[in-house]
Write a protein that binds this ligand. Structure first.
Ligand code: SF4
Length: 279
C-alpha cells in the first residue's frame, strides 16, 4: 500500500479544482450531530436548505431543463411509451441480491420512475469490505445506469485508491435514491420513504465491514438526523441491522463538493483515515 503521505498527496491532487466542476456538483455538506438510525426508520428529510455555496451535489450540465421527462436515446426507433403508474404498495425488497437488483430496475414505487432513463442499483465488489453511499443519480448516472460516474466518480476512485481500495475489488457503491429526481431536485419525503428499503436491504445482503456515507443528504437520511455534516464527520456512527449486527459508519463530504471546495480534501482524507482505523 502506498504511504499515507503519498496516498494523501495523490488523492488531494485528484479531480482538479472547484473551478472545473463542470457537470459535477453534488450538494454540499455541512451537518451536526446525531444518531445512527437505520434508513427505514430515519426521519425523512425533506427539502435541503444549504447555502448556495454548499449546493449542487448533483451535476447537471447538459441535463434535463426543468426536470422534463427523459427522451429516448438518439437513434431509437420510436419513443418508448413508458408511463408507469407508481404502485401504492410499500416496497418489500427481495432477499437475493440479483433479484433485488431486478426489482430496483423494474421499480415503480414512486413517481421518480416516470422520468428516469435507468434506475441505478449500484455497482462494485461482491463481497465488499466497504459500502459507499451517496445521494441519488445525477444526469450521467441516470444515462449510464451506474453510480458515481464522471468527475465525481473519478475523484471517488482516487479517494479509494489512496487507501488501497477500489470499487472493483473492495467497495460496493450505492445511493439512497435509485432514480434521478427531475432536474436534480431534492428527493421528496415520500420518495425517500419508498426507496430507502432498497438501500437497507443492500446493506443487509452485503454486510460490509463499514459504511462510508458521502454528502449531507445521504448522511442525514442514513443516520436519521438533521445534523450538519460538519458535526457528523470526524467520528464513528453505527448502523445496527435488524439482527443486531453493528456496522461502523463514517461520514464525509461528497466528491462533487470536494471538486468545488478542494480545500476540504484534507478533511475528507482524515475521514478516510478514520474509516480505515475503525476496528
Ligand atoms: S426512486 Fe426508488 S422507489 Fe422510486 S421508482 Fe426508483 S427505485 Fe422505485
Amino acid at each position: 500500500m502506498r504511504s499515507d503521505a503519498a496516498a494523501a498527496a495523490g488523492y488531494l491532487n485528484a479531480g482538479g479544482g472547484a473551478d472545473s466542476l463542470g457537470a459535477a456538483g453534488r450538494r454540499a455538506d455541512a451537518v451536526p450531530a446525531a444518531g445512527a438510525t437505520p434508513v427505514a426508520a430515519a426521519p425523512v428529510q425533506g427539502e435541503r436548505a444549504d447555502a448556495a455555496s454548499a449546493q449542487g451535489e448533483r451535476a447537471d450540465a447538459p441535463g434535463r431543463p426543468g426536470g422534463a421527462p427523459t427522451r429516448p436515446a438518439a437513434g431509437a426507433a420510436a419513443p418508448v411509451a413508458r408511463a408507469p403508474t407508481p404502485t401504492p404498495e410499500p416496497v418489500v425488497p427481495a432477499t437475493d441480491f440479483d433479484a433485488l437488483r431486478e426489482q430496483v430496475l423494474q421499480c415503480t414505487a414512486c413517481g421518480l420512475c416516470q422520468g428516469r432513463r435507468h434506475a441505478v442499483f449500484g455497482m462494485g465488489a461482491r463481497p465488499a469490505r466497504w459500502m459507499v453511499v451517496g445521494e441519488a443519480p445525477g444526469e450521467q448516472e441516470d444515462r449510464q445506469g451506474l453510480p458515481f460516474v464522471g468527475r465525481s466518480g473519478q475523484l471517488l476512485d482516487a479517494m479509494l485508491s489512496a487507501v488501497g481500495m477500489s470499487r472493483e475489488k473492495d467497495v460496493f457503491i450505492a445511493n439512497v435514491i435509485k432514480c434521478r429526481p427531475p432536474g436534480n431536485r431534492n428527493p421528496k419525503p415520500e420518495e425517500i420513504a419508498a426507496c430507502s428499503p432498497y438501500l437497507k436491504r443492500q446493506i443487509e445482503l452485503i454486510r460490509p465491514e463499514r459504511i462510508l456515507v458521502l454528502g449531507r443528504f445521504a448522511a442525514q437520511t442514513l443516520l436519521g438526523t438533521d445534523a450538519t455534516i460538519g458535526s457528523l464527520r470526524g467520528r464513528q456512527h453505527v448502523w445496527t441491522m435488524d439482527d443486531g449486527h453493528r456496522i461502523p459508519v463514517v461520514v464525509s463530504y461528497h466528491p462533487a463538493y470536494l471538486l468545488r471546495s478542494p480545500v476540504e480534501k484534507a478533511r475528507a482524507w482524515q475521514d478516510l483515515q478514520l474509516a480505515m482505523a475503525l476496528a
